[in-house]
Design a protein around this ligand. Structure first.
Ligand code: NAG
Ligand code: NAG
Ligand code: NAG
Ligand code: NAG
Ligand code: NAG
Ligand code: NAG
Length: 586
């Protein structure tokens, strides 16, 4: 904005007399767009750090860093090696089990990430990962394991040196960070204000009070943040009379499910919070990105209850720290496009670190090679038999041959070039997908199939095939023969969201995008909620032989190479009717 000399003078005087009241800022939510649920954040030496949930996706628990609260760079995953928790990913059946609801804290020069892993036959596993350098995957420790009774562990150091983990309930136990031992019996602190699932607790000590911030009401449209306080950490806790202190429950807001948050201060001393919210509107039907992380200003005067600004798309609040992208590490900013060319000349040496798989992948499935990003097909396709608890292979438990990144923009274009793919057996396919869970995905593939039109036995042809499965009735599969002139050269497969409601799946010769043909369209409601109401959509590439072969192996010949990988955000919706351009790299 342009200021007149007089308002400049007034602003300068205000700044001189009240340093915390610099000109307020505006910004757009979500600041961590795409699937980023259950954010937990802290500020250290002027850098903000946040962690979010990843369920069965791997690597798990991304850590983002920012100096200005708006530009967030991916810096590491706390769970990045199978050996940190040997075997457990391959022993997880549920689509929404796994690693969730972290708390990120900094204490005595180390970052601590406490979390729980659901879905093991012997119960929930609590984990505490540690690092002195969150910019380096390898420096995250193997976890100290503990056995919580309930989910969503908090981590709080009291002034007397005692360490506490509050969990869902809300119950409190002391936690030994060396041994994982929990004090018994747990102490019931607060049952919330009556909403279901009092959970996601965080304890803060301020002005002689213990403040207990929790989520309740379930993680859908009744979700809310409530607060209580006590003079003693064990209670008794007094609930705030104006609870909930943050919710969009019962409103017509575009940002729904607001809840599960964490509070932290900026270097100027102002308070902020980050919570999850779903861009869906009150009808809550189409929300392929699931639960994203939104930033809100907090006014927390001495001895008083905090005031949390309602979560909207267009926000105004405390002056943001100066804009900066000066963050170490080789990760990508969450709002930046992907432009990767996997080739000998141009290619990145490794698969980008923000790419994800569904469970820990089988060794050797993915490699960045001179011929492209290579994917060795899995026998299970992206659906497999997820309900089967006897056939781990076809269930996809050893990982799908899928690699993707989050859909981070309401409108976007994602494409890859399939450069080398020489299937020998009908059923072998290589393609791209909007993937929410094994029961919610929309795929466009090149597939080898029998050719019934040909006389000779065993005749085959290559086709484009669109298939989908999801929360609402799936469209009929579409088959379009690959034009003869396109064979033997790279073919570009593309998924585009031109509206928030629908994906358009198209194919074209990589050398002639003008020859693009639309194979089909599919509703974004397929990848909203349903079996994936806690997670959010990824877009990525895969290869499968649809159950052919034996053991873990597909028949020879279906290995796929992808060279040019592009993801470009086009626009973010900040309300049902308003959109802003997606951020671009500087
Ligand atoms: C923060 O600053 C302190 C004091 O300079 C230093 O000891 C510490 O290592 C810093 N921590 C991080 C994460 O930058
Ligand atoms: C919470 O509810 C449980 C079960 O009804 C009860 O045992 C416990 O005392 C309650 N806790 C508090 C702090 O009121
Ligand atoms: C806090 O509660 C604990 C256990 O209930 C008790 O032992 C302790 O004396 C209390 N502390 C204060 C300061 O009231
Ligand atoms: C967001 O709000 C500010 C005022 O706080 C306004 O100037 C701006 O135009 C709004 N942006 C959009 C996209 O509506
Ligand atoms: C600036 O933002 C804070 C935090 O939301 C709010 O309390 C304050 O009233 C705002 N100030 C102005 C002048 O709008
Ligand atoms: C995937 O594989 C399963 C089991 O082999 C099969 O029933 C299903 O039709 C296939 N389709 C899709 C879209 O994944």
């Amino acid at each position: 904005m342009r200021l007149s000399p007089i308002s400049l003078l007034v602003t300068a005087l205000a700044v001189a007399t009240k340093p915390c009241q610099a000109q307020n800022s505006t910004y757009y939510n979500p600041v961590l767009p795409g699937w980023h649920s259950d954010p937990s954040c802290t500020q250290v030496n002027g850098t903000f750090f946040c962690a979010t949930s990843t369920f069965i996706a791997f690597p798990g628990i991304p850590i983002y860093a920012s100096k200005d609260l708006v530009n967030w760079k991916f810096i590491s995953h706390a769970w990045n090696r199978e050996t940190q928790l040997p075997g457990i990913s391959w022993n997880t059946w549920g689509q929404q089990d796994g690693m969730y609801a972290p708390t990120l804290r900094y204490h005595d020069n180390e970052f601590y990430l406490i979390c729980e892993y659901l879905g093991q036959s012997d119960g929930t596993i609590g984990v505490v990962f540690k690092t002195a350098d969150p910019f380096d995957d390898a420096s995250w420790s193997d976890p100290v394991i503990f056995r919580p009774e309930k989910i969503d562990p908090d981590l709080f150091w009291d002034d007397d040196g005692k360490v506490y983990a509050a969990t869902q309930g809300i119950i409190l136990q002391e936690l030994n960070l060396e041994t994982g031992e929990l004090s018994q019996p747990p102490i019931s602190l607060w049952n919330g204000t009556g909403g279901v699932w009092p959970e996601g607790p965080h304890i803060y000590k301020k002005d002689g009070w213990y403040w207990l911030l929790i989520a309740e009401g379930g993680t859908a449209t009744d979700h809310a943040i409530t607060i209580a306080r006590a003079r003693n950490i064990t209670g008794p806790y007094e609930a705030y009379e104006n609870n909930p202190i943050l919710t969009n429950r019962g409103t017509a807001e575009y940002f729904q499910t607001v809840g599960h948050g964490d509070l932290f201060q900026d270097p100027a001393g102002n308070w902020w919070g980050m919570c999850l919210a779903t861009r869906s509107g009150p009808a809550f039907q189409v929300f392929p990105m699931g639960r994203e992380a939104s930033l809100f200003p907090v006014t927390w005067n001495e001895g008083e209850w905090p005031v949390l600004e309602p979560v909207r798309g267009n926000m105004s609040g405390w002056a943001l720290p100066p804009a900066s992208r000066d963050i170490p590490g080789d990760g990508a900013f969450v709002s930046d496009p992907d432009a990767y060319d996997f080739s000998a000349e141009k290619g990145p040496a490794a698969i980008p670190k923000h790419f994800l798989h569904w469970r820990v992948p089988r060794d050797g499935t993915f490699a960045a090679t001179a011929d492209g990003l290579r994917i060795v097909p899995s026998r299970n396709n992206l659906t497999g038999t997820p309900e089967s608890n006897t056939d781990g292979v076809m269930a996809g438990r050893l990982g799908l041959a899928f690699v993707g990144r989050r859909q981070t923009d309401t409108l976007f274009t994602f494409s890859v070039d399939v450069s080398a793919f020489a299937p020998t057996t009908p059923g072998q396919e290589a393609g791209i997908s909007v993937f929410l869970t094994q029961l919610n995905h929309i795929d466009l593939a090149i597939v080898k199939l029998h050719d019934p039109a040909k006389e000779e036995a065993g005749a085959t042809k290559l086709s484009f095939r669109m298939r989908a499965i999801g929360t609402v009735a799936a469209p009929e599969p579409v088959l379009v023969e690959v034009p003869k002139a396109w064979l033997d050269a790279p073919i570009r497969l593309e998924i585009r969201a031109e509206t928030p409601m629908e994906y358009t799946l198209a194919a074209m010769p990589a050398s002639d995008p003008g020859a693009r043909i639309v194979i089909g369209k599919a509703s974004a409601a397929l990848v909203s909620g349903g079996a994936g109401n806690f997670v959010g959509s990824l877009v990525g590439a895969y290869a499968t032989c649809n159950g052919l072969g034996s053991g873990l192996d597909c028949p020879e010949g279906g290995v796929a190479h992808f060279t040019r990988w592009r993801y470009n955000g086009d626009a973010q919706y900040i309300s049902a009717t308003e959109r802003v351009p997606s951020k671009r790299s500087a």
